[in-house]
Design a protein. Structure first.
Length: 114
């Protein structure tokens, strides 16, 4: 997968995970914060994409998705509940869930078409 496609996919996953985990519903402010989280996560994805085999299998893909989103959320979003890391943990887990769903869907479609 080329880097631009990977960054845009991870941006979307981090954006929607942030929207879901952020308290207060969907507003222009929350969408801006979620976009910032997605951008910072995208920068993390860009740098980790240079590591050998970083996004080559589903385990590393989900792991790197979790950590880049987790760190991006810690940097960008002030927490709305619990300790500082709690919302970032929730956002990272949702982004990883979205990554796993994307991987499974691609695999399922590939298996059905062959």
């Amino acid at each position: 997968m080329n880097t631009i496609k990977l960054i845009s996919l991870k941006f979307i996953q981090a954006f929607w995970a942030c929207i879901i985990c952020m308290g207060g519903g969907i507003s222009v402010y929350h969408m801006g914060v979620a976009a910032q989280t997605g951008l910072v996560g995208g920068v993390g994805v860009f740098f980790t994409s240079f590591l050998p085999n970083s996004y080559s299998n589903w385990k590393s893909n989900i792991t790197f998705t979790f950590f880049t989103t987790f760190i991006a959320d810690i940097i960008v979003v002030p927490t709305h509940y619990g300790p500082v890391w709690m919302e970032a943990l929730c956002t990272g887990l949702f982004a990883s869930l979205f990554a796993a769903t994307t991987i499974y869907t691609k695999h399922f479609i590939k298996m059905r078409t062959t």
